[in-house]
Design a protein. Structure first.
Length: 219
C-alpha cells in the first residue's frame, strides 16, 4: 500500500517492539501462511516480503497486495466466507512477522496517527482492509498499461518518500499485480525511459518529473 501511515521506519519498529513485546512468527521462503490471522490484530513484517493472493474465475493466482519489511497489514485480509478464505498469504522470502494487538497498540503514540478511538478499532481494521483492496482495484481500472504503471509508481514514491523507487518484487510478480503481460510491462517501461519520464536501473526506478493528479489514488 502506498501510504506512509501504514509503514513504520526502523526507529518506530524499535519503539513498538520495546513497548508491546508482540509474538513473532517465522516463516520460510515460499511458505504459505496456513493459520488464519486474527481480525483484531495488525501484522508487522519485520523481515522479508508477504504476498496476498486470490484466485480468479480461471483459478489463476493473482497478487492483490504485498507487504515488504516495515509494512503493516490487517488480519481481516484473511477473513473467511462460507468457511473459505478470500485470500491466502505467501512468504516470498524468509519472513518474520509480529502480531500487534490493536487495542494495546492504541495506548502508544506510534499508532496514534492512524488508530483512532479505541471503541472503533475493529471497524478500523476492516477499513484498513478496504484501503488495500481499493488501491489494487484503482490500478486495475486504469485503461492503459502506462497509467497502471504510473499509479503504482506514484503510490510507491509517496510510501518510500522518494522519487527513486525500489521495486520490492521481481518484475514477473509486478506484472501479475498489475495484471499485464511481463513483456508488455518491460516494453512500456523502456518506452517511458526513452521519453525521459523515468530512469530505470534494475529494480530501481526514478521518476524524472512530477506527474498529474490523475495518477493519485482517490482515497
Amino acid at each position: 500500500m502506498g501510504n506512509k501511515q501504514y509503514h513504520l521506519d526502523r526507529k518506530e519498529i524499535h519503539d513498538l517492539m520495546g513497548k508491546l513485546h508482540p509474538a513473532i512468527y517465522t516463516y520460510h521462503k515460499n511458505e504459505f501462511i496456513k493459520n488464519s490471522f486474527d481480525n483484531r490484530k495488525l501484522y508487522l513484517v519485520l523481515e522479508g516480503i508477504v504476498y496476498f493472493y486470490t484466485q480468479n474465475e480461471q483459478y489463476d493466482e493473482e497478487i492483490v497486495a504485498f507487504f515488504p519489511c516495515g509494512h503493516l497489514f490487517p488480519g481481516s485480509l484473511m477473513t473467511e466466507t462460507d468457511g473459505q478464505s478470500l485470500h491466502f498469504a505467501l512468504c516470498k522470502t524468509n519472513c518474520k512477522i509480529a502480531a500487534i494487538d490493536v487495542v494495546e497498540a492504541a495506548h502508544y503514540h506510534i499508532f496514534h496517527s492512524f488508530v483512532g478511538n479505541k471503541c472503533c478499532l475493529l471497524e478500523f481494521t476492516y477499513h484498513f482492509t478496504s484501503l488495500f483492496l481499493a488501491w489494487h482495484c484503482h490500478i486495475l481500472q486504469q485503461k492503459t498499461v502506462r497509467s497502471k504503471i504510473m499509479v503504482f509508481l506514484q503510490c510507491q514514491s509517496e510510501c518510500q518518500q522518494s522519487t527513486c523507487i525500489h521495486i520490492e518484487m521481481p518484475y514477473s510478480d509486478l506484472s501479475n499485480f498489475l495484471q499485464v503481460d511481463r513483456s508488455t510491462l518491460m516494453k512500456e517501461l523502456a518506452k517511458m525511459e526513452s521519453e525521459e519520464l523515468i530512469q530505470k536501473n534494475g529494480r530501481y526506478i526514478t521518476l524524472q518529473q512530477l506527474h498529474s493528479e490523475i495518477y493519485r489514488i482517490p482515497i
